[in-house]
Design a binder for this molecule. Structure first.
Ligand code: ZN
Length: 233
């Protein structure tokens, strides 16, 4: 299996950073996205705009960027009643997790990604999971993904490498990484085109991007951007 990466690309800030990271590192990069009945199609629209903008702004990356694989996962919405897929309000659950948590989502995503990567001959599976300033999702933990890598390799008789370049850095450091990879052009592009807001708000533009400004995803994004700017000043 040759070097090459399949990036889990949702259209959010973290997965966009991971895509740039992979394009900087590997000659062959493909993307995968999942349509599982998200409350808002906004994220999926942002995906295609981000891909287009990246190709236009970074011709050397455009040459490395292969097909985008879109996988429908209707079953995920059918088995979970959460704020991301239903019309439930975003609150904290008894388990101390935001109601946006879709149980086992990343396990499913990586399993589907591995099946696509197997067929495409791609060795690296790249995801934007992070344990540093995250919402406590247990399927974002390093141990979960290490264990999943072992399971996938056993189950498919392969040597996939699950890579999570953001695992031990915070949101401000993610922006600094974006800056190192593609300078102000990439920072501006990801700030403008990526989407984080749980409510799917693209009507309000802040210095840190679009969003309602008050949901947990917006708060995390705003705080990370301010810290990045403070450090850069
Ligand atoms: Zn928001």
């Amino acid at each position: 299996m040759a070097d090459g990466a399949l990036v889990l690309f949702s259209g959010g800030q973290d997965s966009a950073a991971c895509l740039a990271w992979a394009l900087d590192r590997y000659d062959r990069v493909e993307t995968i996205g999942f349509d599982y009945g998200q409350r808002h199609k906004v994220e999926l629209d942002c995906r295609s705009r981000l891909l287009g903008a990246l190709k236009q702004g970074f011709p050397e990356w455009a040459a490395r960027l292969g097909p985008d694989h879109m996988v429908p996962l209707d079953g995920l919405a059918a088995v979970s009643e959460t704020a991301l897929t239903g019309e439930t309000e975003i609150t904290m659950t008894e388990a101390g997790l935001p109601s946006t948590f879709v149980p086992g989502r990343n396990i499913l995503f990586f399993t589907f990604a591995a099946a696509v990567a197997y067929r495409r001959g791609l060795k690296q599976l790249v995801g934007g999971m992070c344990e540093t300033d995250y919402s406590g999702y247990p399927d974002c933990r390093d141990d979960t993904l290490k264990s999943l890598q072992a399971t996938l390799n056993l189950g498919m008789e392969t040597r996939f490498v699950v890579e999570t370049p953001l695992m031990w850095i915070d949101k401000a450091e993610t922006w600094a990484m974006i800056d190192r990879l593609g300078g102000a052009l990439l920072v501006d592009l990801i700030n403008e085109e990526s989407h984080s807001c749980y409510l799917g708000d693209r009507t309000r533009r802040h210095e840190w991007g679009y969003g309602c400004g008050t949901c947990p995803a917006c708060e995390l994004r705003a705080a990370g951007w301010r810290k990045f700017k403070e450090r850069a000043a």
